[in-house]
Design a protein around this ligand. Structure first.
Ligand code: ATP
Length: 284
């Protein structure tokens, strides 16, 4: 038997860091949503007690370092499953991009294996399992749009933002999330983005206000380390995107665009100097 799952990329419409906690994690407040750029996972039951991962992408680990492997191992161990599984990852989400590709694959694996092995694990329990794998995994289990607090695992579902186009561009650099958080100084922050106003803009389906409330306190850290991210952001604004922000710890920059007629101009303009550009719809 086989099951299929889609693992969409997430973007942060707002990312605020409140303080560094005793346990070393940062206390965050985020608004996350998903875009229609997705990996596809195929999971097939194996009679042998083994986990095998394959992918067409040559640049991700296929062993126990892969988050889909870790998700499969966790669910097998926790629910004492004796069968094995073969998981094929058709990667479409750029890796180490700030789009939670690995986390979404892990979440899709949890959902898929819950179905494949008929475990009937409730969604909240899948989210708890996900939190053991990474801070973004609980959100990716459910998707939609949510406020995330704590280290990202405390979720509150909210309305989806108004439908629009999302142009994503990833410069050819690898940014380490740990490095960005390591350099971030919460005490040096001049201002914080407003969670209340972002949520209100979303609830009122006010596209221009959503664009106006976009904010990510990690942006300054990544932009100062990598001028190419700054240039990309600047280019997207000049090409006419309605709102522009870096996602997560970067380096992907996304632009929200309401008019379809503007999308190809922005896409083509960016393609002039950035190889990885995507124009997709918000997943609502
Ligand atoms: P986040 O926004 O959650 O920080 P990201 O988009 O920056 O995530 P990922 O694409 O999840 O980053 O990749 C981060 C690291 O995880 C990479 O170094 C990659 O080798 C590793 N990795 C493990 N499993 C996967 C997977 N299934 N897909 C992509 N990367 C994976």
């Amino acid at each position: 038997m086989k099951v299929y799952e889609k693992a969409p990329a997430k973007i942060n419409l707002m990312l605020d860091v409140l303080h560094k906690r005793q346990d070393g994690y940062h206390e965050v407040e985020m608004v996350m949503t998903m875009v229609d750029l997705a990996d596809r996972l195929e999971m097939e039951e194996l009679p042998r007690d083994t986990i095998i991962i394959s992918s067409q992408a040559g640049y991700i680990p296929l062993d126990e370092k892969n988050l889909a492997f870790q998700a499969a191992k966790l669910i097998k161990d926790r629910y004492d499953v004796k069968q094995g599984v073969y998981i094929h990852l058709d990667k479409k989400i750029p890796v180490a991009a700030g789009l939670a590709g690995g986390s979404s694959d892990a979440a899709a694996t949890l959902r898929g294996l819950n179905r494949l092995w008929k475990l009937n694990i409730p969604e909240t329990e899948l989210q708890e399992l996900g939190a053991e794998l990474g801070s973004d995994v609980p959100f990716c289990v459910t998707g939609g749009t949510a406020i995330a607090r704590g280290r990202g695992e405390k979720l509150e579902a909210i309305a989806n933002p108004p439908q629009c186009w999302v142009v994503l561009a990833k410069p050819p650099i690898n940014v380490s999330t740990a490095d960005v958080y390591g350099r971030f100084r919460a005490d040096k922050l001049q201002s914080h983005p407003s969670m209340t106003q972002m949520v209100q803009a979303i609830e009122q389906q006010n596209f221009h206000e959503v664009c106006g409330q976009l904010g990510n306190v990690l942006e300054d850290v990544t932009l100062s380390l990598y001028p190419e991210v700054y240039q990309l952001k600047d280019a997207m604004i000049k090409l006419g995107a309605d709102g522009v922000l870096m996602s997560g710890s970067g380096p992907t920059v996304f632009g929200l665009v309401s008019k379809e007629s503007k999308v190809s101009r922005i896409y083509n303009g960016l393609r002039g100097f950035c190889k990885e550009v995507y124009a997709v719809r918000m997943l609502t």
